[in-house]
Design a protein. Structure first.
Length: 610
């Protein structure tokens, strides 16, 4: 079903080849070539033509002037030197392209958009048919950078590609600039699209549109378009021959490494126009890409990769991984909604699914409303997960003879378990030259905690308090002198705490002067330490976990010491009950963190839900 790209050599009337170019044909069904007059290639330096890379000057109109001045029948390269080129929509609503353009970006050359502005790059289609739009547009090493803030919202760059052919994005970066209600690249009735070695970051989705993809493969229909160009002709033709190879779809991260803004859903579509009578999406290759922490799709039918009525779909050699995000309902969903259209040749092969843990299943083929899905092949995939009870492939309304599912493996990893040292007699004894004292405590109780919690030493710790090998009154206890004790304290005054004790001799904590769990341990009276300030309040909500955060039995750094209780991944992405909220002010840096009590059992960071 794939239609070949049409490329011919420019020739003179005498038949001498003088250059390489491309031509358009009247319709997609035309097989008659046309005579092409060759033109010499030319290069335009964007700065020489007035564009300013100072990050302050609006370049929208200047770029449009450069494009308009270039002959659409000539192969023109626009060279973009190093600099940050700001775009606003103060003068123009869109940048309109034409055929035979190549954009070459130098290293550190950036197109920037800010303050909630939106600029689409428009590939117009003044005629219907697969040759109704423009052709031969290439972006090399381009960076499209946006920003997001609460007052202005999301700043947006989008490629609105209608009836276009032979369009390439090579080693480009799409950074924090996807519309909350749209896409980075919108392919509508287009073909011959190559997107390779590029990076897509960040998706600040509106909750009603969190299913939107970075790359939408869609139809020539006004409802599908990211931007409506005056004079465009729509005819419901599907996109085909799309190759997405070797790209990265990754989140924006906080300094701590947690998810700040989810990765975009990589590719897909959700609607069939005109009941597919003009054809359906086909010949889509999604190969050798990496997707990390795409936003969880919480409803039962949600999926991070979603196609309706598609044939010749190849999803192969990719790595799909969650590091900070939780699982979706499904990760891949292939759906036939048409009672007349038959889908065929769906291949999902040799992919890696790492810590995705979807709520329902990894891959779902749904033909419950369709005329058929045949030629399905799901082979050679590898699943890494601590959960072995999640179905890998399920289908609805399909015959098993239409599917080949084989050679898929699940490499289990150990589940996270709480650490709890209850028997202190098994603690490793500290070595020293001091003679141990006899036991005098009649009552002792010990509680272990997560070993990376910390406290700050009080200002008078060295004068008032001593360090012990064990709590005073325990069998074999002794005091370290200052040379072996407080001399190890760091200038920061921060110590790490992993156990507390209550005894006849008072209240105690076991501390280290290093974050390393193998560092030497000491016991000190509780008065030597100052913990984070924690305040509590009632807070009733029903929320869905979205990100993977550690859960604790108490708020992290509580003086009573919190224990590990798994992660929010153990909850899935289904609704949980929040009944309390805590504010923790760190003694380390004074910053405030918010925690929620989940199902009256465990505490976790509020960021896990947003």
């Amino acid at each position: 079903m794939s239609k070949p790209r049409k490329m011919i050599l420019g020739v003179l009337a005498l038949g001498v080849i003088v250059g390489v170019g491309f031509t358009q044909f009247g319709t997609s069904n035309s097989s008659v070539s046309q005579t092409v007059v060759a033109h010499a290639d030319s290069t335009i330096n964007a700065k020489d033509k007035g564009m300013v890379g100072d990050g302050k000057t609006d370049n929208a109109q200047k770029l449009q002037d450069i494009i308009d001045s270039a002959n659409p029948d000539q192969n023109v390269t626009i060279q973009v030197p190093k600099g940050t080129y700001l775009f606003t929509n103060a003068e123009l609503n869109a940048i309109v392209l034409h055929s035979n353009l190549t954009f070459n970006f130098d290293k550190d050359a950036v197109f920037q958009i800010k303050k909630g502005d939106r600029i689409p790059f428009v590939y117009p289609s003044p005629k219907g048919g697969y040759d109704g739009g423009i052709s031969n547009v290439t972006w090399n090493n381009a960076t499209f950078r946006g920003d997001y803030n609460t007052s202005d919202g999301q700043s947006v760059f989008v490629q609105s590609i209608h009836h276009a052919k032979n369009v390439t994005f090579n080693n480009c970066t799409f950074d924090n600039a996807e519309s909350p209600t749209g896409h980075y690249i919108d392919l509508d009735g287009s073909h011959g699209i190559d997107i390779k070695s590029s990076t897509f970051t960040g998706f600040n989705a509106n909750t009603n549109f969190d299913y939107k993809e970075a790359i939408q493969v869609d139809y020539s229909n006004s409802k599908a378009m990211s931007y409506h160009q005056a004079g465009d002709v729509y005819d419901n033709l599907p996109s085909y021959d799309v190759n997405v190879t070797g790209n990265k779809f990754v989140p924006l991260s906080n300094a701590s490494g947690t998810v700040k803004s989810f990765a975009p859903n990589p590719i897909g579509q959700h609607v069939v126009y005109a009941k597919g009578v003009d054809g359906i999406i086909h010949d889509i290759h999604f190969t050798d890409n990496y997707v990390q922490d795409a936003k969880p799709q919480l409803n039962d039918d949600g999926a991070n990769i979603h196609f309706i009525c598609v044939s010749n779909l190849y999803i192969s050699g990719n790595t799909f991984e969650n590091k900070g995000a939780l699982g979706s309902g499904n990760y891949i969903r292939i759906f036939n909604t048409s009672p007349t259209v038959k889908m065929s040749n769906i291949q999902i092969t040799n992919n890696k699914f790492v810590n995705l843990d979807p709520n329902n299943r990894y891959i779902f083929f749904d033909n419950s409303k369709g005329a058929g899905i045949s030629g399905v092949k799901v082979t050679g995939n590898k699943i890494t997960s601590s959960k072995s009870n999640i179905p890998f492939v399920l289908s609805a309304g399909m015959d098993s003879s239409d599917m080949t599912v084989s050679s898929n493996t699940n490499n289990k990893s150990a589940a996270i378990k709480p650490t709890d040292v209850k028997n202190t007699s098994k603690l490793q004894k500290l070595t020293g030259k001091y003679k141990g004292n006899k036991a005098t405590n009649k009552k002792e109780s010990y509680v272990s905690g997560y070993n990376i919690q910390y406290a700050k030493l009080t200002s008078s710790y060295a004068k008032k308090y001593s360090l012990y090998n064990h709590i005073r009154g325990h069998k074999g206890w002794y005091i370290f002198n200052s040379k072996d004790g407080w001399s190890h304290a760091k200038k920061s005054g921060i110590v790490y705490v992993d156990m507390r004790a209550t005894a006849d001799s008072g209240k105690w904590y076991r501390i280290r002067f290093s974050s390393s769990t193998s560092a030497r341990k000491y016991w000190v009276r509780s008065g030597a330490l100052k913990f984070d300030k924690i305040t509590y309040e009632s807070y009733e909500r029903t929320l869905n976990p979205l990100k993977k955060y550690t859960m604790y039995t108490k708020v992290f750094n509580d003086p009573q010491l919190a224990k590990l209780a798994g992660t929010t991944a153990d909850l899935g992405s289904k609704e949980v009950s929040i009944t309390k909220r805590a504010r923790r002010v760190s003694v380390l840096n004074g910053k405030t963190s918010t925690y929620y009590l989940v199902n009256d059992k465990y505490w976790t960071r509020a960021n896990a839900f947003y």
